[in-house]
Design a protein around this ligand. Sequence first.
Ligand code: SF4
Length: 374
Amino acid sequence: MKKETIYENLRKNGVSRRDFMKMCGLLVGAMGLKVAPPIQASNLPRHLHKPAYKPAQLVARALETKPRLPVIWLEFQDCAGCSEALTRSQSPTLVDLVLNTLSIEYHETLTAAAGFQTEENKQKIMQEYHGQYVLVVEGSIPTGPNAAYCTIGGKSAEQLLLEAAEGALAIISTGNCAAFGGLPAASPNPTGAKSVMEVLPGKTVINIPGCPAIPEATTGTIAHILVFGGPPELDELNRPKPFYGQAIHDRCLRRPFYEAGKFANSFDDEGARAGWCLFKLGCKGPTTYNACASIKWSNGLSFPIQSGHPCIGCSEPNFWDGGGFYQGQSAPLQRPTLAAAGAAAAVGIVAGVGVAAMNNAQKKQAHKTEEAES
Ligand code: SF4
């Protein structure tokens, strides 16, 4: 039997053709697609110059011909912040498209039903849509003793991930915990927390890191998979380039102050009040790749640097142990590669341990000096 297309589903639910085309335009923006430059054939009159293609039409064609794309969203060791951010997205139409139309068939926090029926429904979706559903993972995976630190429906997080990944069309790690281990994997990592790509070494995992991930980056990537059958171009850490192609520093509204050498030295000094650069307060913007400065949060209202806090580098590996909250001048960080990220996790995040050890040593020394002086 022919499956209902996304367009048919939208029309059935009262979406007009005009609203549908608006939604396609929104998706183009969300996916970070650019309109191709017009053909500049000098022998053509100007009114016949046409774009090489129109992305909104491309998206419309895909939604008119493709059936719904089921999404299974698993949550493991997380705070549900990425899900929470999704429900507060600045693009309600886009989120509605992803939540209701694509659609999320299983989500431990958002699904209204609970218990065995929900687990049964997930199994049914995985069988019926084998090779055709998108798996989104939020949270790290505990692999400590018996993998027993996180179990759902009688199965460990590791079991559930392996089971769901087997028939997935694409696997997305949303948030730093799923992408790079995040806070649960920070030293001393008592649960043996691992990232999704560490648990699934043979699979391509699309990473949408952040704490939380920017919802439009997650939904935009899902939409790209729907329209083009795969993710946008990825960087060396498997992050979609339309959202992670630029450092926060590149788009930061405080950048002119950086260039002018005007820095806040404390959170309440004159420079901080005047909106000067937060580099000397530990800002990681120059080495952090994410779209915070352009997409922002809460309906595009603000992002941490705009609100007065330095970037903590939450879309990079090892941000917790790497001194994200250290309020001193940022050391120039090397941009890690995927292999380096895995290696860092495997060896216990050496750099972070080093920073922590250095801080501890400094504290101990200060304590000894105080004792000696008293
Ligand atoms: S606040 Fe951070 S990201 Fe913004 S200009 Fe200063 S160092 Fe760069």
